[in-house]
Design a protein around this ligand. Structure first.
Ligand SMILES: Cc1cc2nc3c(=O)[nH]c(=O)nc-3n(C[C@H](O)[C@H](O)[C@H](O)COP(=O)(O)OP(=O)(O)OC[C@H]3O[C@@H](n4cnc5c(N)ncnc54)[C@H](O)[C@@H]3O)c2cc1C
Length: 385
């Protein structure tokens, strides 16, 4: 994630300073000095700062519902399906632990402590909605025009904006910033993954408890979700294909997973899911392959949460940069995946930082990856954070 963030930070920095580099020369040629596509942490910060510098700014934010149909308001991943709801759910878990500990400190806490998901979810969702509202008010206060519309580039100064009802308009701007973020990915090659699984885009908006849950993946998103699910008393298992917290210090990673195991999270190591079936009881039967023994195993769960990777939002139109600038990003090769023709993901080994040159258009972005000794190869771009 760090490498990806650095890349995005760099991009934001580049676009931002390019914007600020110009004096205010709005001559009526464009509707805005700056149009920002994406109203998440990056887009909101950028649009508000630019407005403070006297720029005429519009921000477009549009949430494509998750495959399960979950949708949310202004503020992007962090506010709606990331940092904020996650931290509140962690707090719910910590309170449970504290309540149990409190007995030893003299508090008369009932023996049978139970947790009600619906109450927690309602409170979390209400808080997130209040933040959605707060962000709208901040934009209004700073005179940033908020358009709840999906943007795509027509050319380097024009954005096509489409609302939920299909109404279209074109907005023009001297500068355009892309801050469209990313969304969790499903492993499309696993039968039942989409029909019966969910992602972090859904878990925070569930009205009912996910109950016994299998979390597939070992990213920070996977471990954090597994952590709070365990903490509120749910039977939770994490399935790890190779190592936990790739890209992080592996000694620390070991401490994290040891701690989680000690607190009740189960781990299935070196294994990969093969398929998910829904039984007549409503339970999900997950079959997986142990990559060490090559044996197949099965177990039933109430929910399966995929936390296998995130994809850059498909609306990112790289073509503008291709045609104008030789736009270079820094990415860590460990986070740059190769999509094979079979559609299977294969992670590139190593963690060397390289410059990658984006090419292609927004439907088929590619990167030129240096292979050393002057050789390079063109790969479809898949970003995992
Ligand atoms: C479960 C989870 C926990 C996390 N916890 C933390 C944490 O504790 N600390 C931390 O620093 N980070 C955390 N993160 C990461 C953090 O949420 C992201 O790094 C951050 O939200 C990225 O901000 P962004 O502005 O780049 O993109 P986003 O927040 O994803 O915002 C992009 C916005 O653009 C919209 N959009 C996309 N395409 C278009 C389009 N064509 N037109 C209009 N709008 C569009 C999207 O709907 C979205 O609203 C977490 C992430 C997850 C998933």
């Amino acid at each position: 994630m760090a490498a990806f963030s650095r890349g995005r930070d760099w991009m934001k920095g580049f676009c931002f300073f390019r914007t600020l580099g110009h004096k205010r020369t709005l001559t009526g040629k464009f509707d805005y000095d700056l149009v920002v596509i994406g109203g998440g942490s990056g887009g909101l910060a950028c649009s508000k700062e630019a407005a403070l510098f006297g720029q005429k700014v519009a921000v477009l934010d549009y949430v494509e519902p998750s495959l399960k149909g979950t949708k949310w308001g202004l503020g992007g991943t962090c506010v709606n399906v990331g940092c904020i709801p996650k931290k509140l759910m962690h707090q719910a878990a910590l309170l449970g632990t504290a309540a149990k500990d409190a007995r030893k400190y003299g508090w008369q806490v009932p023996e049978a402590l139970s947790h009600d998901w619906a109450t927690m979810a309602q409170a979390v969702q209400n808080h997130v909605r209040s933040l959605n509202w707060g962000h709208r008010v901040q934009l209004q206060d700073k005179k940033v025009k908020y358009l709840n519309m999906k943007g795509s580039l027509i050319d380097e100064h024009s954005v096509r904006a489409v609302d939920a009802k299909g109404k279209q308009m074109t907005v023009t701007a001297k500068n355009i910033v892309l801050a469209t973020g990313g969304r969790p990915k499903y492993p499309m090659h696993i039968p039942g993954a989409v029909e019966f699984g969910m992602t972090s885009d859904d878990v925070f908006w569930l009205k009912e408890s996910p109950k016994k849950t299998l979390v597939v993946g070992a990213s920070y998103v996977a471990l954090e979700c597994a952590g709070f699910l365990t903490g509120i008393g749910l039977d939770t298992t994490v399935m790890v294909r190779s190592i936990a917290l790739r890209g992080f210090d592996q000694q620390m990673s070991g401490l994290v997973t040891d701690y989680m195991e000690a607190y009740g999270t189960k781990f299935i190591w070196k294994s990969t899911p093969k398929n998910i079936e829904k039984l007549s009881s409503g339970l999900l039967r997950v079959s997986w392959l142990d990559l060490n023994t090559r044996e197949e195993h099965q177990e039933t769960f109430n929910s399966v949460l995929w936390a296998v990777a995130s994809l850059a939002t498909d609306a990112i139109p790289f073509s503008i940069f291709h045609s104008s600038d030789a736009f270079r990003f820094r990415f860590n090769t460990a986070t740059c995946s190769r999509e094979q023709s079979r559609g299977r993901m294969e992670e590139r080994k190593g963690g060397k930082e390289v410059d990658l040159l984006f090419e292609g258009d927004h439907k088929a972005p590619t990167v030129m990856v240096p292979l050393g000794k002057g050789r390079q190869t063109r790969l479809p771009l898949v970003i995992s954070i």
